[in-house]
Write a protein of this length. Sequence first.
Length: 472
Amino acid sequence: MTSVLAASAASARAFARTTPEERSGMLHAVAAALDAHAEELVPLAQAETHLPELRLRGELKRTSFQARLLGDRLRQGSLADVRIDHADPGWPMGPRPDIRRTTVPLGPVLVFAAGNFPFAFSVAGGDSVSALAAGCPVVVKAHPGHPRLSRRTAEVVAAALGEAGAPEGVFALIEGVASGVAAVQDPRVRAVAFTGSLRGGRHLFDLACARDEPIPFYGELGSTNPVVITPSAWRSRAEEVARGLAASFTLGSGQFCTKPGIVLVPDASALVAALPPVHSGPMLTPGLADGFRESLDELSGTPGVEVALVGEPLEEGIPAPVVLRTTAATVLANPRVLELECFGPSTLLVEYAREDEVYEVVGALRGQLTATVQAGPDDELALALVPLLAEHAGRVLWNDWPTGVTVSDAQQHGGPYPASTAPATTSVGTAAVARFLRPVAFQNLPDAALPAELRDGAPGPRLVDGQLKTPS
């Protein structure tokens, strides 16, 4: 590990000085290499994760897409935050010097790969390509759930970057819990990106903050992704809502960070009766299956919580999908029920009798990645809930389900703690690049000494003397 971090640190300055156009070419090269090796990588992923081929091919396509998208945005200049204030002797607070602000890369980034998305949130996933787009070297800590896939993907990515002109050492892989912990504490690492459990992520977050020089820790830790089904929605769209819930909480055997784990509903018995047959496939690892059973036992053993429905597993020996039920009064008396994330195919129905109970339960929520309103026509309750849910979640959905997380410019994947350790950031979408950049202002510098994007007449969007400019 020491040699990997040394090489990463040694490459940081040269990589930071590459142009956006050069990094764009590197990201496109990575995307092309991933696509070219699909027939090798997908079978490796199947063997190690038990995920179906169709899902993995779609995920690999998503992975190469996000690399290309960031490459395109680099070339357009839309990832830059350039601000120029020309000297102004008449500035109201006194004469203003010429001051120009841009961003620079933080330096080597340590990425902890996730287990539930072996391509899109793993070695070549969104955290890695975001850091590369920012101009930061990347060291990935492989997830133990798919080690062979991780090694081969890292080889493909490193080779593609090298052939596209990236400095040696700009991308590498490490393995093992001890190596990951040591890397978080190593002074050569300048930021950490993590997707995983609350317990593991919080431990690493505390280590990052306890360093002599604390560093940013961008952790996605946990979310129960509440859904509110209003009385109007249930009256007008009951069958549609039941089908959508069944598909969403069992998707990927419930191993999505955006799985709807808490569902507020006016009639839990009616919703259970309306659910279509629910099934679940294998989980990613035996450890995750054991963890799911343990958390399910804890939740179902809570006073006032009962099992309402047990579905059918697709294979013998794997966890069955489970629907639990309780009441708003129960969770208000014991708000911890709202925080128990069961990472697997389950959901908890919370029955409410009055609208004021909905507001109280929403007020008791901790930070969430998503919050969803299932609304009906002319639904005043649904309209009132939107701003309240936005106080707790990074993404609010209307008559949709949270398990689809598209990669786009407007996407937000993060939220107040414990959904994220950095609620002002996102780990999905083009805004994810900003996590790995640091602003720097340059005052009264001659044009030749300025970074290229700060010089007068440079291409790309910028804020100049308070006016948004988009020179060609």
